[in-house]
Design a protein around this ligand. Sequence first.
Ligand code: AMP
Length: 286
Amino acid sequence: MPHSPPQVIRSIAELRQVITAARRAGQRIGVVPTMGALHPGHLSLVAAAERECDLVVVTIFVNPTQFGPHEDFQKYPRTLDRDLALMSAHRVDVVFTPAVEDMYPPGAATMIEVAGAAEPWEGACRPGHFRGVATIVLKLFNLTQPDVAYFGRKDLQQTLVVRQMVRDLDVPVEVRVCPTIREADGLAMSSRNAYLSADDRRAALVLSRALFHGAELVRGGEHDARRVLAAMHKLIAGEPRVKLEYLAIVDPVTMAEVGQIDSLAYAIVAARVGTTRLIDNEPLGG
Ligand code: AMP
């Protein structure tokens, strides 16, 4: 049965009215924070919210504070009409898509800084990124007052940063992490895949292939992280279009590197393919 289209809300005041009414009615609110340019990865989060919540809120906001000065904030794809069409296969009640000036009005002076798991890897490659993420996620939580918030494991470190913030600041929200959705050939879906040229798209495949190869080695009994990493490095080195930023095997809670893969760990990777920066990860062992 077709769903009625979502209410598209740009104003904070209007959102607050809808949320207040839903809370009064005792509805379970689910939020899916996104930057738009939706793909099946995002829609899998929407589907989970649809199953578990009475009021499904999707936020679409390209958040300037999580982009570095030389990153792709300006050129990030903004495709609201297409996003709304994609959502029509789901029961989405509200799409909240505020203006930058409303989320960061002149005089805004508070940012959320998460230490620990936010520091290595993405935190080191993209200084200030997780400060922007934590700040916008907390603002969106305060505005949408969700019972449950849905995030993708594709951004593994982001999920740890959000969980840490929720714990430390006593935010009354359940954080749900959903599996990574991939293209048929293995490439992790990402709004940034749209930037890839045909040659880059082919080359980018080596990242998921390396992750799967690592997982295969661990399944086959190899528990030495150094040896697994060496095999993965060898594969990626065969693809000259791919410039590795990091490749590591890390603890699923602290993001610290592990030497032995005795329980669940994640292989994580970030690389530039042409001018496009991609990240991916895959669980190993556990
Ligand atoms: P973004 O629009 O890139 O900020 O992503 C919004 C949410 O969708 C985040 O929680 C992402 O982790 C999640 N997401 C992005 N790509 C995927 C994917 N391929 N599979 C599952 N979740 C994803």
